[in-house]
Design a protein around this ligand. Structure first.
Ligand SMILES: *[C@@H]1O[C@H](CO)[C@@H](O)[C@H](O)[C@H]1NC(C)=O
Ligand SMILES: *[C@@H]1O[C@H](CO)[C@@H](O)[C@H](O)[C@H]1NC(C)=O
Ligand SMILES: *[C@@H]1O[C@H](CO)[C@@H](O)[C@H](O)[C@H]1NC(C)=O
Length: 242
C-alpha cells in the first residue's frame, strides 16, 4: 500500500518537474495534468467521427525526419513526446534563427504527410495505435498544433516581440508560471469546471503578454493556448482589443 502511494507520488513529482514553461513553445506538460486528467478532459466520451487514413510508412519517415532535425536520434518516435518537445523548445529558445529552423522542420513534416497530416496527428488515431498513454498523446498533439500556429500566425509576432516574450522565462517568469500554477490549482479544486478554469487561464496568459509586450502579442499568446483547448471547450475566446 505504502509502496504504491510512494509510486504515485513519485510519478506526480516527475510530472510536475517535467515542464519548462517556455513562453516560445508552451507545452501540454506545463498544465501539470496527470494521465487520468488527460483521459478525462480530452478523451472520455469523445471520438472523431470520420477519421481519414494515416499510412505508417510516411508517418514513420516524417517523424524520423522531425526527430533528427531537432537534434535527436531518428528512432525517437511520437511515443516519446516529451523528449521531442524538449528538443524543439531548446531549438526555438535559441532565437529567431532557431524558430525559423523549427518551422522549416515542421513544414517538411507536414509536406511528407500531405493529406494524411490531420489524421496522423489526431489524438484519437494515435491512442488507437496503442503502446502509449493519454498524456503522451496530448503532449505530442499539442506540440504539433502549437507549431502549426507559431509557424503561421505567430511567426511575425514572435519575430517582432522576441525580447519581451522572453521576459516570460526571465525577469517576470514567475508571473507567467503563476498562470499555470493557478490553472493547476483550479482544475484540482474544481474538477467539474475544466472549461471555466481554461477560460481564466487563457485570460491570464493574455494579460501577461499584453502587459509585457502589447495587446497584439497578448492576443497571439492567448490564441496559441486557445487552439489547444478549443475542441473541448467551445466558448473560449481571446477577444482582440487592438
Ligand atoms: C524535459 O525538460 C524538463 C525541464 O527541463 C525536464 O525536467 C524533463 O525531464 C525533460 N523530459 C525529457 C523526457 O527529457
Ligand atoms: C498542482 O496541484 C496539486 C494539487 O493541488 C499540487 O499538489 C501540485 O503541487 C500542483 N503542481 C504544480 C506544478 O503547481
Ligand atoms: C457557450 O455559450 C452559450 C451562450 O453563452 C451557452 O448557452 C452554452 O452553454 C455555452 N457552451 C459551452 C460548451 O460552454
Amino acid at each position: 500500500m505504502l509502496r504504491s502511494i510512494l509510486a504515485v507520488i513519485s510519478v506526480f513529482v516527475a510530472l510536475c518537474a517535467s515542464s519548462s514553461y517556455s513562453p516560445f513553445l508552451p507545452s501540454f506538460m506545463d498544465y501539470s495534468l496527470n494521465n487520468e486528467q488527460a483521459q478525462r478532459y480530452f478523451f472520455a466520451g469523445k471520438s472523431e467521427a470520420a477519421l481519414g487514413v494515416c499510412n505508417s510508412i510516411p508517418f514513420q519517415s516524417a517523424q524520423a525526419g522531425f526527430a533528427s532535425a531537432v537534434g535527436l536520434d531518428s528512432t525517437v518516435s511520437w511515443r516519446q513526446a516529451s523528449l521531442l518537445t524538449n528538443a524543439t523548445i531548446t531549438m526555438i529558445d535559441s532565437g529567431i534563427d532557431g524558430l525559423a529552423q523549427v518551422c522549416s522542420v515542421r513544414q517538411q513534416f507536414a509536406a511528407t504527410l500531405g493529406f494524411s497530416y490531420d489524421t496522423c496527428i489526431n489524438r484519437f488515431y494515435l491512442i488507437s495505435l496503442g503502446n502509449t498513454d493519454w498524456w503522451n498523446v496530448m503532449v505530442y498533439t499539442h506540440l504539433m498544433k502549437h507549431l502549426e500556429f507559431i509557424c503561421s500566425t505567430g511567426f511575425d509576432v514572435y519575430q517582432q516581440n522576441v525580447d519581451c516574450i522572453r521576459k516570460g522565462e526571465t525577469t517576470d517568469g514567475n508571473l507567467y508560471k503563476a498562470c499555470f500554477y493557478k490553472f493547476n490549482a483550479t482544475v484540482n479544486a474544481n474538477p467539474n469546471n475544466f472549461c471555466g478554469a481554461t477560460e481564466t487561464f487563457i485570460g491570464c496568459i493574455k494579460d501577461f503578454f499584453t502587459t509585457e509586450c502589447n495587446s497584439y502579442t497578448g492576443w497571439m499568446q492567448c490564441e496559441l493556448e486557445r487552439v489547444g483547448f478549443a475542441y473541448d471547450c467551445y466558448n473560449l475566446s481571446c477577444n482582440n482589443d487592438f
